[in-house]
Every structure is written in C-alpha cells, then in structure tokens.
Ligand binder design. Structure first.
Ligand code: B4P
Length: 194
C-alpha cells in the first residue's frame, strides 16, 4: 500500500488482508509497538517518528522483512513499507532470495489538502503524537521527497495500481478490490474473483 499519510493505507490494508486471509504488516504499527515496549528499535525510532521523519532504512527493512518473509510466506499486505527506493531495493533482494513476487503496488491518490482534516480527527481520537498540524505537514513533505520516487521505480516494473482515495472508506475498498481482481485475472486467468 503506497500513499501519503492519511490516504488510508492502514485502513484499507487491514481490510485487504482480511479479505485475502493474509497478514497485514504495517511498518508504522510495528514501530509504534517497539516504542511502546521500549525496545532498542523503539528507543532509536521514537524521537524521529514524533517529528514526522523517516526511520533509518536498514533498521526498518530488517524489522519488516524479518516479520514477513520466510519459506512459509504465502502472501501478505505490506503497508507503509517500502517507503524509500533504498527500502524497495532491499525488499526486492530478500524477496528474490525466497522466490516471492510482488504482484501489485496499490497507490492511494488524494489531494494533500484533504489529508490534514482526516489526520487531525484521528489525532484527537487516538492521541497519536505525530497527528498534529506541524508534524502532518512535515510528513507530507517527507512523502513527496522520499516516497513519491517509488512510484517511478515501480512503474518501471508495471505493477502500480492507481486508486482514487478521496471517497468514503467503503468506496475506496470497492475500488481496490475491483482493481486487484483484475490484476489476479492477469496473473492467473483461472482465478475467480478473490
Ligand atoms: P504510518 O503508521 O505508516 O502512518 P501514516 O502514513 O499516517 O498512515 P496510516 O496508515 O496510519 O493512516 P491511514 O492513511 O490509514 O507511519 C508513521 C510513522 O512511522 C512515519 O511518519 C515514520 O516516522 C515511521 N515509518 C513507518 N514506516 C516507515 C518506513 N518504511 N521507513 C521509515 N519510517 C517509517 O488513515 C489515517 C486516518 O484517515 C484514519 O483516522 C482513518 O480512519 C482515516 N481515513 C482513512 N480512509 C478514509 C476515508 N476514505 N475517508 C475518511 N477518512 C479516512
């Protein structure tokens, strides 16, 4: 799942994983759990997260890839990772080693001005320290600078699925499901809707 902060990666990633019966692996959730538990990773990441900055590529890559890739992996939804071209290259090397193929990159497209309200509402409800006006603006700048180049990277591999993320949560889910059913048919025409 690729998209700016507040575009619905976590929301839609959880629904998509449930639909396909595979794990939903969110780098943000993993990092927040480390911060909460006071682990070494959490101590290294907490301050940068609260400022809206990215965590070091090698640290995040090791954390996420350890969680998902292995001989028994039969599929997963990755949410928030990779977030830089360097993370994508690390993921590619590990996936190649295990013979895992990335089938689709769902790009949630939404005008940046709609993100602020969504994230401020969540900040009020959840108390997430990075959902404040200043930090949200910084997270959007970080997305444009470090994560948008990934769209070009994946476009070269012809796996980017663009989805309009401006509608309601259910609208966006329906668009994702329909687009991914098309991808599944292209990968294996014998598949029914899944
Ligand atoms: P994340 O946890 O990934 O945070 P996020 O980008 O804000 O996305 P999230 O999934 O939470 O929000 P969503 O759009 O679903 O990252 C947090 C921080 O961790 C980063 O800033 C960075 O510091 C660090 N980090 C994470 N991964 C990293 C990596 N790979 N490398 C380096 N650092 C990393 O939803 C937002 C809100 O919008 C929700 O309240 C939701 O209910 C609402 N919403 C969603 N869809 C909606 C819709 N269609 N209509 C109305 N509201 C909607």
């Amino acid at each position: 799942m690729l998209g700016p902060p507040g575009s619905g990666k976590g929301t839609q990633g959880a629904r998509l994983a449930a639909r396909h019966g595979v794990p939903h692996v969110s780098s943000g959730e993993l990092l927040r759990a480390h911060v909460q538990d006071g682990t070494e990773i959490g101590r290294a990441a907490g301050d940068a997260m609260s400022r809206g900055e990215l965590i070091a590529d090698d640290l995040v890559s090791a954390m996420v890839l350890d969680a998902v890739i292995g001989p028994e992996a039969r599929g997963f939804v990755l949410d928030g990772f990779p977030r830089t071209v360097s993370q994508a290259m690390a993921a590619y090397e590990v996936a190649r080693h295990y013979g895992v193929t990335l089938h689709a990159v769902v790009l949630l497209e939404i005008p940046y001005e709609l993100l602020l309200d969504r994230l401020l509402a969540r900040g009020e409800a959840s108390g997430r320290v990075d959902d404040t006006v200043e930090v949200i603006r910084r997270r959007i700048d970080v997305y444009v600078e470090h994560t948008l180049p990934l769209v070009e990277y994946y476009r070269g591999r012809d796996i980017v699925v663009r989805v309009d993320a401006t509608g309601t949560i259910d609208d966006v889910t329906a668009l994702i499901n329909s687009a991914l059913d098309d991808v599944a048919h292209q990968v294996d025409p014998r598949l029914g809707d899944c």
